[in-house]
Design a protein around this ligand. Structure first.
Ligand code: GLA
Length: 401
């Protein structure tokens, strides 16, 4: 009787609207694109974005997968308008952001923007606190496809609440948006953000050096180390922060400094390789209009990108760290593995990997040296290579049937 009653009631009730959720299926592999911050900071405008897009079409970056073009901080006026709307700075974006979005969409890109969960952005522009639904509707009206959402001036706000509110606002605005959480790992978002955002920053900001430490910014090697040991203590068997990453929800060790002046070409190559091992979002942060052929060859390398974008979506981990040498590994789909051998020393050195100790490999594998574009024997013998200081050998191991 009770069952019959509930069936009758269910049939009589109107369908409930879908509960708020994040947009699923948008980031089944780590997002790739370009972001203005690392090179241009507040010096942004529509000409820069249009030239960047044109350059990425010509230089092969778009076709290599760099789809999202993201305007970072400092795009708006310092005050909202009389109705409380965000207003793009007309001196920087005289055609408006809807027109800029149309320009990008017509060239096969997606359009990303920056906002902040606090009262003000880190650059002092209006944040979205208390304006989430209004701003989400504004973003939808401009054709925004990606939102990087920062954490400055957030006071005592609870991060999970703040990011969930914006997620719900984006969902209510009905335009699918990749939601990039940027609260620097403070509240361990990897533990709560899987259903809130598509990626979350794990640390403070990156800068273009190998291992410098400034007050807030650090070199890529310092950020890499943090992924292993401090962000989430790892046990040497892959059970660190990487266990929280997977299709649709990624750890974000910050945007790329590849090609920026504080790095040698070897350091750029190693930075890129390690980000591919981490299943990191690949957001170029250099002036792509001026990128050299060497840097473009790194950024568009199909085999390295295939590691980053591996469909199994398993993050890599540090397998060995010794003076002068680190080895990182990543399990790929189909029983394949990626291995990165990094020269952490200050001088060139001959380094080796002995695969015999890698208990996790299924059996003998063929070895491919990705940056040499050469097959390099099998895992029966150690792999040895002379590497410049801070350079890397990136290998792909494929089981021999
Ligand atoms: C914070 C973020 C950076 C960048 C700046 C912009 O520092 O972590 O990635 O967006 O704000 O002001």
């Amino acid at each position: 009787m009770k069952k019959l009653l509930s069936l009758l009631l269910a049939a009589a009730l109107p369908a409930l609207p879908a509960l708020a959720q994040k947009f699923e299926g948008l980031a089944l592999t780590p997002p790739m694109g370009f972001n203005t911050w690392n090179t241009f900071a507040s010096n942004i405008n529509e000409v820069l974005i249009m030239e960047t897009a044109e350059a990425m079409v010509k230089n092969g970056m778009r076709d290599a997968g760099y789809t999202y073009i993201v305007l970072d901080d400092c795009w708006s006026l310092k005050e909202r308008d009389a109705d409380g709307n965000l207003v793009p700075d007309p001196a920087k974006f005289p055609s408006g952001l809807k027109a800029l979005g149309e320009f990008l969409h017509a060239r096969g890109f997606k359009f990303g923007i920056y906002g902040c969960a606090g009262a003000k952005t880190c650059g002092g522009y209006p944040g979205s606190m208390g304006h989430e639904y209004q701003d989400a509707r504004t973003f939808a009206s401009w054709g925004i496809d990606y939102l990087k959402y920062d954490w400055c001036s957030s006071g005592t706000r609870d991060a999970r609440e703040a990011y969930t509110t914006m997620r719900d606002a984006l969902f209510a605005a009905k335009r699918p948006v990749v939601f990039s959480i940027c609260e620097w790992g403070n509240s361990k978002p990897w533990e709560w953000a899987k259903d809130v955002g598509h990626l979350w920053r794990t640390t403070g900001d990156i800068t273009d050096c190998y291992d410098c430490v400034q007050r807030w910014e650090r070199g890529w090697k310092v950020i890499l180390d943090l992924q292993h040991s401090q962000v989430q203590p790892a046990d040497g068997q892959g059970n660190g922060i990487g266990q929280y990453a997977g299709p649709g929800h990624w750890n974000d060790p910050d945007m790329l400094e590849v090609g920026n002046e504080g790095l040698t070409v070897a350091e750029s190559r190693a930075h890129f390789s390690m980000w591919c091992l981490l299943a990191a979002p690949l957001m170029a942060g250099n002036d792509v209009r001026k990128a050299t052929p060497e840097i473009l060859a790194i950024l568009t390398d199909k085999e390295a990108i295939a590691i980053d974008q591996d469909p199994a979506g398993k993050q890599g981990w540090r397998y060995r760290a010794e003076p002068g040498r680190e080895i990182w590994v990543r399990e790929l789909a189909g029983g394949e593995w990626a291995v990165a051998l990094l020269n952490t020393g200050d001088t060139a050195a001959e380094l080796s990997v002995d695969f015999g100790h890698m208990w996790f490999l299924g059996g003998t594998c063929a070895v491919r040296d990705i940056w040499e574009k050469k097959d390099a024997g099998t895992t029966v013998k150690p792999f040895t290579k002379r590497l410049e200081s801070h350079d890397v050998a990136l290998l792909r191991l494929k089981p021999i049937k």
